[in-house]
Design a protein around this ligand. Structure first.
Ligand code: GRF
Length: 210
């Protein structure tokens, strides 16, 4: 493998963009051999678009269409076309609030990753930090995983634990998980960009560096 080759990332987000910033900073300081080719959002005024433009990255809003929790057919085609035109090799979901399935996953087979704010398979779906708090677990965390046809079910790439403290409320726990996310996501993307992650069935294995 050519070590100068940079993996081209397409980042999709609907929110503030703190994970995108962490990835952009890790690329800038040389710890992730990748480049952000395109940032896309389904929310016209999402912070992630402003923050991406602050890094001089191409950033676009693409309307999601008529559904609330997924892209409609036309929108899905527009997302795929934009990512392909930008030469994206790995799609990185960073707070993208729509489920991607079917055509999209077939367009980027085993090339879509997500970060989820819990230790999967516990607490899938929305507000995972609240689910952890309500359940009473003593540890939760975050998980980077490949995206498959299910919701938060794809092969796990990396996880980081976060303690739940007795004085925690939703905000404090969520903030502690997000600190962990901003460490874990760049590390996982770095391993992917270096070709160190291989999928074996429902597991991933780390291969040793050549
Ligand atoms: C993150 O906390 C992530 O776990 C979830 O969405 C949030 C995105 O935050 N999937 P940001 O937009 O990266 O700040």
């Amino acid at each position: 493998m050519n070590i100068d080759k940079k993996l081209r990332l397409g980042i999709l987000g609907s929110g503030k963009g703190s994970n995108m910033v962490a990835i952009a900073e890790a690329i800038a300081n040389g710890s992730v051999p990748a480049e952000i080719a395109l940032v896309l959002s389904d929310v016209a005024d999402a912070g992630i678009l402003d923050r991406a433009r602050g890094f001089n990255l191409p950033a676009r809003f693409i309307a999601p269409g008529k559904f609330r929790t997924k892209l409609d057919e036309e929108a899905e085609a527009a997302y795929i076309a934009a990512l392909r035109e930008a030469g994206v090799e790995l799609v990185v979901l960073a707070g993208f609030m729509r489920i991607l399935k079917g055509e999209f996953l077939r367009a980027f087979p085993q090339r879509v990753v997500n970060i989820h704010p819990s230790l999967l398979p516990a607490f899938t779906g929305l507000e995972a930090w609240k689910q952890a708090l309500d359940y009473g677990v003593k540890f939760t965390g975050c998980t980077v995983h490949f995206v498959d046809q299910g919701v938060d079910t794809g092969p796990i790439i990396a996880q980081q634990t976060v303690p739940v403290l007795s004085r925690d409320d939703e905000q404090t726990l969520h903030a502690r998980i997000q600190i962990a996310e901003r460490q874990l996501y760049p590390l996982a993307i770095s391993a992917l960009a270096r070709g160190l992650v291989r999928v074996e069935g429902r597991k991933t294995v780390t291969v040793s560096q050549q």
